[in-house]
Design a protein around this ligand. Structure first.
Ligand code: NAD
Ligand code: TDX
Length: 354
């Protein structure tokens, strides 16, 4: 029988990509998603008639619901994407991040652990709980520092990364204390189709196309390592299949760029695809920096490459072109997510930056 996965947060940007890939592999997916502003069933429109994708609206912190789903569907693995994911929102409302990322993950772990303890062999030893985390838990690097590896001490700087770090520690503790067969992945900045436009790359594409200014925090010299979402999800599937229980795996794209380089590249691609009489790059506006803005992230992903044979399939150059083309071709998706609630956010985050 095909494997069953309980995926949480599977209507978001990365989770939906993982769900689509899982269905291509023939796995049955139970998708538990609260459908916050970031959760979008349109991301899964191609699965609307698929009986092996079951979308359940609900919270990972709802113990009764999670318990019922486990008993009803008996998943072979839980893959936890559910989170509040935007650093700027965590600066304006940290508690929402503690509620889902810390308390929600804690409840999910407890309920899954209680259910797992009563499984018979071989289901018990083959079960996996995979937690999707971020490179931001390691803190910020200075220009010449070596890239983050799995043994780099945690040193989170934003309420978002602190809440993700706390959830990683809980996952680790459930393995050490109860023997729950856990795995953690820590990845760098994702990009690709269906990313909510609060994040730098889709925000830049959408603002430029609408002739609105492109806000670059500070001087634009902060560095991120960009990973295509499909490469990230392929890596998660590999860790789920072959990763060593109790371990964590870093996943990166070998594509470190300054924010200004990223924004300028997008403007060049747009100029090529939809030439504008005024240059898109003229829309770049340097605005007040993000408080506590991490200067640089870089991922050493030699462990997953060496142990599991993973390599990213996309280069940033082609991946970025494909991403811009996806946004150009999907006006209806863009219009749908740029709703009233999103406009409120734009006002709250950018209104005071000048
Ligand atoms: P996203 O914000 O696009 O999606 C998050 C999803 O979780 C949404 O569908 C939302 O409705 C759902 N959700 C939120 N709270 C929930 C709750 N309490 N119960 C159930 N569902 C809930 O985020 P994303 O970019 O797809 O990120 C997915 C995961 O990957 C997160 O854990 C994030 O920390 C991690 N991550 C993201 C990136 C990135 O670059 N986007 C990088 C590293 C790690
Ligand atoms: O308007 C903007 N202007 C700007 O200069 C925004 C929204 C961002 N930025 C900068 C801040 C960052 O240095 O661009 C960089 C990328 O910003 P985000 O897209 O907000 O991502 P980041 O803060 O790096 O975090 C992302 O990667 C790690 C995800 O949102 C996290 O969920 C993930 O864990």
């Amino acid at each position: 029988m095909a494997r069953t996965l309980l995926v949480t947060g599977g209507a978001g940007f990365i989770g939906s990509c993982f769900v689509l890939q899982a269905r291509e592999r023939g796995e049955r997916v139970i998708n538990l998603d609260k459908l916050t502003y970031a959760g979008n069933p349109d991301n899964l429109a191609s699965l609307a008639q698929d009986p092996d994708h079951i979308l359940v609206q609900g919270d990972i912190g709802n113990a009764e619901l999670v318990n019922w789903l486990l008993r009803q569907y008996r998943p072979d693995a839980v893959v936890n994407f559910a989170a509040e994911s935007h650093v700027d929102r965590s600066i304006l409302d940290p508690e929402a991040f503690v509620r889902t990322n810390v308390l929600g993950t804690s409840t999910l772990l407890r309920v899954v652990k209680n259910w797992w303890q009563n499984l018979d062999e071989p289901a018990k030893s083959s079960f996996r709980f995979l937690h999707v985390s971020t490179d931001e838990v390691y803190g910020a690097l200075k220009p010449g520092d070596p890239a983050f590896c799995e043994t780099t001490p945690y040193s989170p700087n934003s309420p978002y990364s602190a809440s993700k770090a706390a959830s990683d520690h809980l996952v680790r503790a459930f393995h050490e204390t109860y023997g729950l067969p856990t795995l953690i992945t820590n990845c760098s900045n994702n990009y690709g189709p269906r990313q909510f436009p609060e994040k730098l790359i889709p925000l830049t594409i959408i603002n430029a196309r609408n002739n609105r200014s492109i806000p670059v925090y500070g001087t634009g010299s902060n560095i991120r390592d960009w990973l295509h979402v499909e490469d990230h999800c392929a890596a998660i599937a590999l860790v789920l299949e072959k990763g060593r229980v109790g371990e964590s795996y870093n996943i990166g794209g070998h594509s470190a760029r300054t924010n200004l380089e990223v924004v300028q590249s997008i403007c060049e691609i747009l100029q090529q695809e939809e030439p504008s009489p005024t240059m898109y790059a003229d829309l770049i506006l340097f605005v007040t920096d993000r408080p506590g803005h991490d200067f640089r992230y870089a991922i050493d992903c030699s462990k997953i490459e060496r142990e599991l044979g993973w390599k990213p399939a996309h280069t940033f150059a082609t991946g970025l072109v494909d991403t811009v083309l996806w946004y150009l071709a999907n006006d209806a998706w863009v219009e749908n997510v740029c709703s009233g609630a999103y406009l409120d956010w734009v006002d709250r985050n950018y209104g005071h930056r000048g």
